[in-house]
Design a protein. Sequence first.
Length: 247
Amino acid sequence: MSLPRRPNPNHLLAALPAAEFERLVPHLELVPLPLGELLYEPGVKLQYAYFPTTAIVSLRYVMETGASAETAGVGNEGVVGISLFMGGDTMPSSAVVQVAGHAYRLDGRLLQQEFGRTSLLRRLLLRYTQALITQMTQTAACNRHHSIEQQLCRWLLLTLDRLPSNELIITHEMVASILGVRREGITEAAGKLQRAGFIRYRRGHITVLERSGLETHACECYTVVNKELSRLLSDVRFHQDNTAAVH
C-alpha cells in the first residue's frame, strides 16, 4: 500500500523531524490488521514493531486457565513492541487486534538501530513507554478498586480517543475478555449506560451518544492516563520544535 509523506495518523511517527522520518520511510510498510489477529505471543521473540494508524491493539495477559485481561491498549498514539528497544526481545503478554484497521510495520532490527542512533527518536519512544507503564499501572488499580461500570466508561473513553468515529464494533463478550470480568457484568453495566442515554448498543456494536456522561461516570483513571500521555508527548514535541528553531 502507498505510504504518505507524513503519516499523521500515528502520533509518534508524525512527531519525528523530517530527516529522521525520511530515513524510516523506505522501511515502513502499511499493513492491514484484521480483528483478532495475534501480533505476538508470550515468550516469542518479536520481529516487527507496529505503529497503528486506524487499528487498536490490546496488550493482554493470559492465565493458565485461559482467562485473560487487558493491561493496556495501543492506538494511533503509540507503538506495539516496546521490548524491541527496551532490550527484552520478548514479552510475557500477547498483543491482539481489538479494532481492525491499519498500522505501519517496521523491522525490529532497524528500530533498534535507529533507537541507538538518534536521540530524539530514543527520547520519544522512552517517553511513550513511560506513558504506557502509567496506563498499565492505572489499569491494575482500576480493575481492583473500581466498579465494572466505571471500568467500562474508562475503557470506552480511551478507545474513543483512538477512533475517528463514536461507534465501536465489538461484542459484550469481547469487552468482558478485555476487562477480565464476566459477560453478565458488562451487559448490566452497558444497560445502565444505555438507560442513562450515554450509549446505544445492539449486538456487536456500541455507539457513544453522550461522551460527557461517560466522563462523569468514569473513575479518575481515565484522566490520569490521558493527562500523562499528553504531558509526556507534548514535552517531546516542545523540545523538537525548539531544536528545529535553533537549526
